[in-house]
Design a protein around this ligand. Structure first.
Ligand SMILES: [Zn+2]
Length: 117
């Protein structure tokens, strides 16, 4: 289950960022952008995140997962499109395609409550 490894990485990274804030600051939410080619199951990732963050300053934070669709481009004819089924051949010229997006895994935002308004 690679969601557990992923969740552990996210919690570690958020904890590191939290080190820049004063003690007592808490994490409200964490936004992740995950490309669909990563084959991450959002529910599984959310579950793992809750498990891994227990007992850390990240505990209680809401995990927001933004899925990024897979976009590809055909090398020979430069057609670009978003794929729903994974197909790696261009429907226009049957040329090979390159993946433009869909492999992302980005920690996009961390919302922190440092106790001051
Ligand atoms: Zn093509």
């Amino acid at each position: 289950m690679h969601e557990m490894t992923l969740a552990a990485g996210v919690v570690t990274e958020v904890e590191r960022c939290l080190g820049d804030f004063k003690p007592g600051a808490s994490v409200v939410s964490v936004t992740l952008q995950v490309g669909k080619l990563r084959a991450v199951v959002p529910d599984a990732l959310t579950f793992c995140f809750e498990v891994v963050s227990q007992g850390t300053p990240v505990e209680g934070a809401r995990l927001i997962i933004e899925q990024i669709p897979v976009r590809v481009r055909c090398a020979p004819c430069a057609s670009e499109w978003t794929v729903t089924e994974v197909e790696f051949m261009c429907p226009v010229c049957e040329g090979p395609v390159e993946v433009l997006q869909g492999k992302e895994l980005l920690l996009r935002a961390i919302e922190i409550d440092d106790g001051t308004e």
